[in-house]
Design a protein around this ligand. Sequence first.
Ligand code: HEC
Length: 243
Amino acid sequence: MKSVFTTLVIILVLTAIALFTVMYGGIFNVAATQNHTKLTHWILSATRESSIEKRAAGIEVPNLDDREMIKNGFRSYREMCAVCHTPPGVKDSPIAQGLNPPPPNLAAEAAELSDAELFWVIKNGIRMTGMPAWGVTHGDAELWDIVAFVKALPDISKEQYQELDRTTEAGHSHAGGSHDMGGHEAGGHDAGGHDTSSREHGHDTGQKVDDHGSESPAATAAEQTDKASDHHDDGHSHGEHTH
Ligand code: HEC
């Protein structure tokens, strides 16, 4: 009995030494260019899938079959997601190419996840990957719009996406009017869909959006897919955004 106990203690001490050696000896390579082994990949995927499934279980899904929602969702997707989750017909951005794990192609992936699961992931993000938690800065209504768009994504061709990109840009100030930009137009602003970037980036720093936006992933996405360069944001949308 005594020798079993001694053996256990020795195993424990050796394990601790091994762990500390890996942690402090610089043995583990944290480089994003270093791929996971098959085993690690399997462990991470299984853990992610069951974690999302369990946490999304209680979420009530609103009606998503609504053109207006899909359109609003597109606007957010273009600004917030396209930089990582490359849309149909667009080239992978440097961010998308450099991330590990790589951002999945949502057109292919959307069918694998339920509406509630999509919502949960978008709202809460995935820790230790590049996937941000959008619920920190965005209300549920806006996130459901994005879910509606992502659900529609598998049926959107390259040409349709480009068409949506063109027409949404042209109709900025009016297309968004019914949703949450009403006050804007009344005030003579024409920021339209660009609001999203001011919401995300204006919030925490209070910096001028123009300075700040140029470094952000969202701004990069906007540059990629949206040639309209002037950001007339002035932070007016903050209050409206919270509901
Ligand atoms: C900075 C890059 C980045 C941005 C921006 C980003 N994502 Fe992600 N996203 C990722 C990465 C990386 C993963 C993969 C995580 C993993 O493999 O565990 C991911 C995973 C996901 C998943 C889960 C897919 C699955 O199979 O579980 C969904 C859904 C998703 N993102 C949606 C979105 C939406 C919608 C937006 C915009 C609102 C967005 N992402 C913005 C990087 C990003």
